[in-house]
Design a protein around this ligand. Structure first.
Ligand SMILES: Cc1ncc(COP(=O)(O)O)c(C=O)c1O
Length: 438
């Protein structure tokens, strides 16, 4: 399996044998914008948004909400795109909320998350009347209630629950007590207490429950278990308090393809399965189908992103390994260093050539900054452009200035045009918060 199996959206290998995205030759993009460069296929992002919306429209009888998880990739342009596609937006910090508000994203379509939301963050959320605040702990219930009271408001909330299943890629575990900082545990009774507390507080309006079971998930079964748990909890709540769950938010987590071996379910399969499961389990427990929300991040932007680097050094250690060093690394992609994430890449200016060498791609940073181990490439040489696939989610949003690297630019490409949505940071900007020396 090679480069063909990784081509997504508008990607293709053009007549010059170069990788092309959104009708733009990657070699030309590099001439115009430099490297490292995050290239986002706008058409594919929009298509993924539409696929989620259409799949829900076909499979679910009442209202659904696709809340794009901004933590995956958020800029003003992305907020605008999400708004135009009719999605909701999940924010997880004051900075993400600020970005959304600056982009004039409709506040009633914003969901706010976090295991510790500061008073400042909650106050902004309340004053802007955002759609839902997803409350994570007992202390936050009290604090949010008094912030809402001070602002003469009633905050619309959901409770984040820990449903006893945790999933990542091919593995999931079913466990009563998940060791997590997030949410109210169902098993130990805290979740029920939280519902009672929320219902007793005058400045909170409870709509339903939320859970998020993990990331880069390739299986549907853990979602089924989580849905079952959420409804059996909702039934207990209904009989103990009379509160009826009208909204259910199942979080994000659908996986994407980082390498040719990855084979996640399609958006359509995922959505159809969870809709069917929710309908079936709701009816078994005697509930009307609730408003159903999901919070996809990675599966909307992940495969739409490609990072372009310039190869600077090729160092062959005979009988050991060949290192190919590029002009970026863990400051633009911390995922390999953080959790051993695997990637696939191609030399953008030799995309039609057969790979003839197994190499290791190294970043420029001081730690053991390895981006990809043992990848076949076509005769890598200094000056070549390396395109690393599936870097649209948790890359720009996790980028840092480690080693005082300026963060790369981000371009949206579509129909032969490239739009600069974030320009490259300058060296001067690295000093913008430093106090000037006398
Ligand atoms: C609460 C919540 N919702 C949604 C997401 C998005 O997950 P993904 O990008 O895997 O779809 C996350 C990711 O951590 C999350 O914590």
């Amino acid at each position: 399996m090679g480069v063909d199996s990784m081509l997504r959206g508008t990607m293709r290998v053009n007549e010059l044998g170069h990788l092309e995205i959104g009708g733009r030759d990657c070699v030309d993009l590099v001439k115009e914008f430099g490297t490292p460069l995050y290239v986002m296929d706008e058409t594919l992002i929009r298509e993924n948004c539409k696929r989620y919306k259409n799949a829900f429209a076909q499979s679910y009888p009442t209202e659904t909400r696709v809340c794009y998880a901004g933590k995956a990739f958020l800029t003003l342009a992305m907020c605008r795109l999400i708004e135009e596609e009719g999605l909701h937006l999940d924010v997880a910090s004051g900075g993400e909320l600020f970005t959304a508000l600056q982009a004039k994203f409709p506040s009633e379509r914003i969901y706010m998350h976090g295991n510790f939301k500061t008073d400042e963050e909650l106050t902004i959320a309340v004053r802007h009347k955002i759609g839902r605040i997803v409350v994570d702990c007992m202390e936050e219930l009290e604090r949010l209630n008094s912030i809402a009271e001070k602002n003469g408001a009633v905050a619309d909330i959901m409770l984040r629950l820990t449903p006893g299943v945790e999933a990542h890629t091919h593995e999931y575990i079913r466990t009563g007590q998940i060791d997590t900082k997030f949410g109210f545990h169902i098993e130990n009774g805290v979740a029920l207490e939280a519902v009672k507390k929320a219902l007793s507080l005058k400045h909170l309006r409870l709509h339903g429950f939320h859970c998020h079971i993990g990331s880069q998930i390739f299986e549907i079964e853990p979602y089924r278990i989580a849905i079952e748990q959420m409804f059996s909890f909702a039934e207990i709540v209904r009989s103990e308090t009379g509160f009826v769950m009208r909204e259910l938010n199942l979080g994000g987590g659908l996986g994407v393809r980082y390498t040719p071996e990855d084979d996640p379910p399609t958006i359509e399969t995922f959505v159809a399965s969870i809709c069917e499961t929710v309908r079936e389990i709701a009816s078994r427990f005697g509930f009307d189908p609730p408003i159903l929300a999901v919070e996809p991040g990675r599966s909307i932007v992940g495969e739409a992103g490609t990072t372009l680097y310039t190869i600077g050094v090729v160092k062959e250690i005979p009988k050991v390994r060949t290192y190919v060093s590029v002009d970026g690394g863990m400051s633009d992609n911390p995922r390999p260093a953080l959790y051993g994430a695997r990637y696939f890449a191609v030399i953008a200016n030799k995309a039609s050539q057969e790979p003839n060498k197994i190499v290791t791609v190294a970043g420029k940073h001081c730690e053991s900054d390895i981006l990809i181990r043992d990848i076949p490439l076509a005769d890598p040489q200094p000056g070549d452009i390396l395109a690393v696939f599936t870097t649209g989610a948790y890359h720009y949003s996790m980028a840092s200035n480690y080693n005082r690297f300026p963060r790369p630019a981000v371009v949206f490409v579509k129909d032969g045009k490239a739009k600069l949505v974030v320009r490259r940071e300058t060296y001067d900007e690295l000093l913008r918060c430093d106090h000037k020396l006398d």
